[in-house]
Design a protein around this ligand. Structure first.
Ligand code: ASP
Length: 292
């Protein structure tokens, strides 16, 4: 289905706030993404966008990822192409700040939808990421996003895109949550959990406490709920319905969550955290905000 309305949405995690550094970063990034939206395919652009967010070091993903409770940085990422419905998540990878590029390099290489840990590191080491598998990464501050109260993280990054051919894609990348056990995997690299894209249903990238997201059915459950809600159309109605659903998660699990997505042909976003940085990019418009 061709689209005259390509659109890209970004989130930077529950609790993320716009400060001078992020404002400057998005001031340069968003116009460029708007230009790239003209010609790039959805999946390529979503990977490009998340790679830039990872490389900024401003968020809990890529260069800015926090460590697990043993002090090791292990990152997770996932991506899905809505046209082919090919998905892949990778988790527990050490020594690779460029996780979106790594998952893109592995995407479509096998029929598997999830690969974890040392075997991914070995593949990466042989294929252009010489630092893969190296432990004891420095530069990440395990206390920076380490909330003694809630133990939640913030600063996971995600992107959904509808390109000019009408195809959808989603990519999510994270360092996880604060105080997580070594080996813990959240929603972000799980297909249907932290990311999902299907041209006939929609695309979504989730953020927030992964345990609550996964046990409530993940991003795909939210997309299905939106698609089944009668008389729910338009960006505002979708965002408001998505917020209802995230509030249910909040009530049930006492966990803040957030999302950006495209459903029923319209972009939407929602978050139960007081703030969440999110950006919207079209061919002639771009804006970034961190609260309603
Ligand atoms: N969802 C991520 C995880 O559970 C964390 C986040 O989005 O803040 O690993």
């Amino acid at each position: 289905m061709a689209s005259e309305n390509p659109v890209l949405l970004i989130h930077c995690g529950t609790g993320s706030e716009i400060d001078p550094a992020t404002r400057e970063f998005f001031g340069a990034l968003l116009p460029e993404l708007s230009r790239l939206l003209r010609s790039m395919k959805a999946l390529d652009l979503a990977v490009e966008c998340v790679s830039r967010l990872e490389a900024s070091g401003l968020f809990n993903a890529g260069r800015g990822a926090i460590a697990q409770s043993d002090g090791e940085v292990r990152r997770d990422a996932g991506m899905m192409d809505g046209a082919s419905m090919k998905a892949l998540g990778i988790s527990q990878v050490r020594g690779v700040p460029k996780m979106a590029r790594l998952v893109a390099a592995l995407h479509g290489k096998s029929a598997h939808v999830h690969l974890a840990g040392s075997m991914v590191e070995q593949w990466a080491k042989k294929n252009g990421w010489p630092e893969a598998g190296t432990g004891g990464e420095s530069g990440s501050d395990p206390t920076r996003l380490w909330s003694e109260e809630g133990g939640t993280g913030s600063g996971t990054v995600g992107c959904v895109v509808r390109d000019s051919a009408g195809h959808l894609a989603a990519v999510t990348s994270t360092g996880g949550i604060g105080r997580m056990w070594p080996g813990r995997i959240g929603d972000s690299p799980i297909v249907g959990g932290g990311f999902y894209a299907d041209d006939t249903l929609g695309a979504i990238s989730m953020t927030g406490v992964g345990e609550a997201i996964l046990t409530s059915g993940g991003g795909v459950a939210l997309l299905v709920a939106l698609s089944l809600t009668p008389l729910c159309s338009g960006a505002e109605a979708l965002s408001s319905r998505a917020l209802d659903r995230l509030r249910q998660i909040q009530n049930r699990f006492s966990a803040e969550t957030g999302c950006v997505g495209i459903g029923r042909g319209e972009p939407f976003f929602a978050h139960t955290s007081p703030r969440m940085i999110r950006g919207v990019v079209t061919l002639d418009r771009f804006l970034v905000a961190d609260r309603a």
